[in-house]
Structures are given as structure tokens and as C-alpha cells.
Design a protein around this ligand. Structure first.
Ligand code: CA
Length: 469
């Protein structure tokens, strides 16, 4: 979790912040002078930011050299855009729903006690836990002191990272977490909740009563801290996050998550649940969220959705938490789709399918490193080369259902039977200019480090705008 909007915008989505950058970072690591680094640390040690950190603590965990890969991650510019359906399908897949259902049963007693103390629904806590750290399975491996010290002394946002570096040292000094457990994302988010150190100091709680707030090793502490975070951000007990809905034909009106309207507004406009049933009366107000434009799934989202959003400042991220929590509640892992399909004829893939694609690429002779189910730049480059070698256009490097089927069934073969239709669609989307968007200009948004552009066919493209930083 990245506590401030500023830093959240740097990474945009958790999938990028935790995983996809590592290979890229190693390849483009800048040279950082160690003498300059040590000089900077000498200065920090005596600065006001580090008041409250003992000199002996500072020296004990002082890195012997900077880690240049975190500067690469800070300045990482993804070469490939990610469609919302690709983002959602990798985060909310059969495997993660099954893991979540299992966790719900294993932690049932703890979750009940957390719900009664903080008023936060068990499935909502599980949704955050699953998206943030895969239920505690993916915590990040970077040494926090080295990462934060490097970010404190080089490149942008030094003042923010200096504060977090001091906070990380205070956590160890307080005895909450062992120094050897202070590992996490390149930006310093750590533990099962992926809190930044400052968020930890403000909001972490000791729920198992051992006197330490241990978000690395204690599931009760991690889950209660997540509930505490959501409660402090204004969570409303007993309210759902929102619903998938059906937009009435000819609808023209508010279409912003933050533009909350009373539910009577939406009923009067003719909105129903996506399956046609009337909208229930358990939300006090809601905004309309259209992650992929008018033709894709639509959602009415309430205050609790906003508390998910505040965890990582991305609407797609919050939607992943919301959707995962619904599927865990229904104990439904067999169908992770929304009722309304995404506006694409080439939907996204699960992590297992991503692994199959990676294995297929390795079998075809591409050096993409380990099979990890994460479609990072290396895998995308290999897909692009594979597409080029098969004469496919556009060779966009995207791992969707069509590429999955192709590499599975035609490894090494030159069959392109499934591609003409694919090409046509992509070309139509590709040439759709933005000149016609003024008529529905109210739908164009720019936030979360992404611009949303409506195409002529009513579909929507997400374009990253934060990468020029
Ligand atoms: Ca504890």
C-alpha cells in the first residue's frame, strides 16, 4: 500500500509495484556513487527528520551501499498499456478466490472478532488482503532500509522517502517488527497489508495481544490493521461496497465515482442491478463507475468502495478488491466474470494461463526467465517477437485469451486461422480517433495516472499519463 496519492501515482497498480518491475529494474540500474550515498546518510542522521531515531539504531541498520534498482523502479515507464480487463483477470482469478474462501474459513473466528470491533465486513478485509499480498504469500523481498535510504538520497521525492526511512527505523526501534522481517516493495510498503512505515505507525494494531504490532508474521494483527485502516477512512458498517448495475438505455447524467447521489436518483433514472432486479435499499448514496465506458460493466459504488480506493488511489485496484470480496462471499470461484462482458472480443487471462503462456514461450525458444505467472515487460517483449515471427498484426505484446489459445494449440505451427477477426477489431480500435469524443466529453477522465478516452464504438481506452515523470 502506498499511503500518499503522489507515491501511489508513481506505481499506479500493485501488480506493477510488487512484481513486474524487477527484471526491468536490473537491466537499467543507474550508477549511484557510494561515497555520495554515505555522505548523504551522515547528513540524514543528524537531521530533524530523524529525531526520535537513536544514533545506534541508525548505524546498526545503515546500508553499506545504495540499491540502484529502486531508482530504476521509481522511474519505471511501462512500455505496454494494460487494459482494465487484463488487470482484473490477473488479480481476481479462480486461484485467488479459492485461496480467499480457504482463508475465510481458517480465520473465521478472528474475522468475526475484527468485524465486531471495527465494524468492517470480513470479506472486505479479505479482499484487501488478497489483492495486497495474495493472503500473505507475496510480501516483497527488498531490504526496506536499503531501499528507503537509497530513495532518501537520490532522485525524486527524497523528502517523502526520508520521512518513511525514519519511520521504518522507529518501527524496529519500538520492537514491533524484527529488522530481518523489514522486507517489502521497492517503495517501502511491507507486510501482509503492504503498509508504508508511516501508515504502520499511525494505524497498525496488535490484535493477537502479544504486545507487538507484527504485520509480517501475525495474520490477526494484519487483518485487524486493515480493518482499522478502512474504518479510519470512513467505512460504513453494514453497507455493501456497491453493485454491478445495468445502465438504462439513453441514460445521460452523472458518471463519476465521487459524484455521489442518493439511491432514489438512480432508481428514478431507471437503473437496476445487472441481472435486472431492483437496486436494494442498503446503500445511502452512490456514484457511477464505468471502468471501460458505456458498453462495459457498470457499477454504483458507495462510501466503502472509496475506502478501498484510499488504500492505493486507483479505481481499478479498488474494483479488484470489491469483486474479489463478492466472489469470496458467494464462495464462487468457477466464474469470475461480471454479468456484463468487457467490451472486447479478446478478454484477459488468469495467472495460471499466464504461466502456460510463459511455458509456451520457453518451449518456443524465448528466454523470458522464470515462469511466474506475471506478464512483465520481458514476457511481453517475447510475445511481441512471437507475434512478429508469425506475421501477426498488430504485434502488441499483449497476453489475452486469443494469444493463449494460439500458443497452446499451435506451438511452432504457422496457423493464423483465428487472427483475421482479431486484426480487424484491433485496427478498428486503433484508428478510432479522439476527435469524436467531444460529444461524450463528460466521460473523459484523467486520474489515477491514466487518461480515459472514449472511442467511436463506445468502448474506452485507458492511456497512461503519469509515465512522463
Ligand atoms: Ca501482535
Amino acid at each position: 500500500m502506498l499511503h500518499t496519492r503522489i507515491v501511489a501515482a508513481l506505481t499506479s497498480v500493485i501488480g506493477l509495484s510488487l512484481a513486474a518491475t524487477s527484471a526491468q529494474a536490473a537491466a537499467e540500474a543507474p550508477y549511484l556513487s557510494n561515497s555520495q550515498f554515505q555522505q548523504c546518510l551522515d547528513g540524514l542522521k543528524n537531521s530533524s527528520t530523524f529525531r526520535g531515531v537513536n544514533s545506534s539504531t541508525f548505524e546498526q541498520y545503515r546500508p553499506s551501499e545504495p540499491d540502484s534498482s529502486v531508482i530504476s523502479s521509481l522511474n519505471y515507464q511501462p512500455e505496454f498499456q494494460k487494459d482494465v480487463w487484463d488487470y482484473l483477470s490477473s488479480l481476481v482469478d479462480k486461484e485467488r478466490v479459492e485461496d480467499g474462501i480457504r482463508a475465510k474459513h481458517e480465520m473465521a473466528d478472528t474475522l468475526r472478532r475484527i468485524e465486531s470491533r471495527y465494524g468492517v465486513k470480513a470479506e472486505h478485509v479479505l479482499g484487501v488482503w488478497g489483492v495486497e499480498s495474495n493472503f500473505g504469500q507475496t510480501l516483497g523481498k527488498k531490504d526496506l532500509f536499503q531501499s528507503l535510504a537509497t530513495l532518501s538520497c537520490f532522485d525524486r521525492r527524497q523528502s517523502y522517502f526520508r520521512g518513511e526511512y525514519a519511520n521504518a527505523l522507529k518501527i524496529v526501534q519500538n520492537g514491533d517488527i524484527a529488522a530481518s522481517d523489514m522486507k517489502g516493495s521497492w517503495a517501502g510498503a511491507f507486510g501482509q497489508t503492504q503498509f508504508m512505515p508511516g501508515t504502520f505507525l499511525d494505524l497498525a494494531v496488535d490484535f493477537d495481544g502479544d504486545g507487538r504490532r507484527d504485520l509480517v508474521n501475525s495474520k490477526p494483527d494484519a487483518l485487524a490493521s486493515t480493518a482499522n485502516f478502512l474504518a479510519k477512512r470512513g467505512y460504513r458498517s453494514g453497507e455493501p461496497w456497491g453493485y454491478e448495475v445495468k445502465i438504462p438505455s439513453g441514460y445521460w447524467g452523472s458518471n463519476s465515482r465521487t459524484d455521489k447521489k442518493p439511491m432514489s436518483y438512480w432508481r428514478d433514472k431507471g437503473f437496476t442491478l445487472a441481472d435486472g432486479r431492483p437496486i436494494p435499499y442498503d446503500l445511502s448514496s452512490a456514484g457511477l463507475l464505468l471502468p471501460a465506458g458505456l458498453k462495459g460493466p457498470a457499477f454504483l459504488v458507495g462510501k466503502n468502495f472509496d475506502t478501498f480506493y484510499s488504500y492505493n488511489a486507483s479505481e481499478n485496484y479498488a474494483l479488484a478488491i470489491a469483486h474479489l470480496s463478492d466472489l469470496i462471499e458467494k464462495e464462487n470461484s468457477s466464474n469470475t466474470d461480471f454479468i456484463t462482458a468487457w467490451p472486447t472480443d479478446d478478454p484477459g487471462i488468469s495467472r495460471q494461463q499466464a504461466k502456460d503462456i510463459q511455458q509456451g514461450l520457453i518451449n518456443a525458444g524465448y528466454d523470458i526467465g522464470e515462469v511466474d505467472g506475471i506478464i512483465g515487460d520481458n514476457t511481453r517483449k517475447a510475445i511481441q517477437q512471437y507475434q512478429t515471427s508469425k506475421g501477426m498484426f498488430p504485434a502488441d505484446g499483449r497476453a489475452g485469451q486469443k494469444f493463449y489459445r494460439l500458443i497452446n494449440s499451435n506451438q511452432g505451427a504457422s496457423s493464423q486461422s483465428s487472427y483475421p477477426q482479431y486484426n480487424q477489431t484491433r485496427i478498428q480500435q486503433g484508428v478510432a480517433s479522439t476527435t469524436n469524443t467531444d460529444s461524450i466529453g463528460r466521460l473523459i477522465k484523467q486520474q489515477d495516472g491514466a487518461g480515459k478516452v472514449i472511442l467511436k464504438d463506445g468502448s474506452l481506452r485507458i492511456i497512461r499519463t503519469d509515465t512522463g515523470k
